[in-house]
Design a protein around this ligand. Structure first.
Ligand code: UDP
Length: 326
């Protein structure tokens, strides 16, 4: 299929494009490079720099490239920032996405895979979150993603949109070609590895007084390559139906456990300080991914936390050699 990938120059987007090309699809990346990197777009994909809010431009791209489906990943995705600046999240995650939907409607493109998030659930009521569980976001990031999922349901009913929403848990790790680079970096695993590499003095643990085994937050870390594979499967699924799916590995790891895994992988001391809780952070977010396994045949291949951390470490060292300035 010919797929438009919004946000395809970002961390997860670049790996999704890698998977799409590997599966024989054509990929057109549409990205404003506000967070993504031009060099993250693999040579096999076409790149167009643009804003989604520029609806005529998006419609032009959909028509010109005879796009058959859209994978929409362009978004702002930081829990803490969303609490400080909700306006940015309503604009970047909701208004932008609704503009994209309208451009798709105007051009007759009816298949959409969208990046959603575990943050739609808020504080879960049970250890493994299922898609049918209550959605009560504790931050504007989750709220805006949930609002867009709901819009897609109404567009399905009224206009025949087919959509698959993938509720990402914590994507991490790297492939040989693509990996994570945010500036500033806010995510746990790259920050820990920056400490291991001597680029930061210490990692701050955001709260150790949560009601968890060691007091630190528990998350479900999923290798970015497994996560990307689900997008390729979702394109097939869209031929049959719409749906909402969790995308995690079903295993919760605490912040302290991630630090321990990184110490083992890197063989380096990683200095730690305990700070206050980060606003908007639920104590535990772990997915039941049974639905996507059953309905799409998705199987994670790299569940082991040390494998995930090792791939990110390898990527980081490679980047340091290739482009020391970045
Ligand atoms: N975290 C932390 N220190 C950091 C960054 C993150 O303790 O410097 C914690 C954060 O509170 C959360 C977990 O690590 O419980 C994962 O955070 P991240 O920002 O990587 O992903 P999120 O869960 O927000 O999507």
């Amino acid at each position: 299929m010919r797929i438009l990938v919004t946000g395809g120059a970002g961390y997860i987007g670049s790996v999704v494009v890698e998977r799409l090309l590997g599966a024989g699809h054509d990929a057109v990346v549409y990205d404003n490079l506000s967070q993504g990197h031009r060099e993250a777009v693999l040579p096999g994909a076409e790149f167009i720099q643009g804003e989604i809010l520029d609806r005529p431009a998006v419609e032009g791209v959909l028509r010109k490239h005879k796009i058959e489906g859209v994978i929409h990943m362009a978004a702002s995705a930081l829990v803490g920032e969303s609490c400080e600046n909700p306006a940015k999240y309503y604009s970047n995650n909701l208004i932008t996405s609704l503009t994209l939907l309208e451009a798709m409607r105007a051009t007759g493109v009816s298949r959409l895979v969208l990046s959603s998030t575990a943050a739609v659930y808020g504080e879960p009521e049970k250890p493994l979150i299922e898609e049918s569980d209550p959605t009560r976001p504790t931050n504007p990031y989750g709220e805006t993603k949930l609002s867009f999922e709901r819009a897609c349901r109404w567009y399905e009913q009224a206009y025949g949109l087919r959509f698959v929403s993938l509720r990402y848990f914590n994507a991490a790790g790297a492939t040989k070609l693509c990996g994570e680079f945010h500036n500033p970096e806010t995510h746990l695993i790259p920050i820990i590895l920056q400490v291991a590499a001597g680029q930061r003095p210490h990692v701050e643990i955001f709260g150790d007084d949560y009601p968890t085994t060691d007091g630190t937050c528990i998350r479900d870390y999923i290798h970015v390559s497994d996560l990307a594979h689900a997008h390729v499967l979702a394109l097939d699924y869209l031929k049959r139906s719409s749906g909402i799916f969790n995308l995690g590995c079903g295993g919760g790891r605490s912040v302290k456990e991630v630090i321990a895994a990184a110490r083992k992988v890197t063989g380096r001391e990683i200095a730690v300080r305990v700070g206050p809780r980060r606003p908007g952070d639920p104590a535990v977010l772990v997915a039941s991914s049974e639905k996507i396994k059953k309905e799409m045949g998705w199987v994670p291949e790299k569940q082991d936390l040390e494998i995930i951390v090792a791939s990110a470490w390898e990527w980081m060292q490679k980047k340091a050699v290739v482009s020391p300035a970045r």
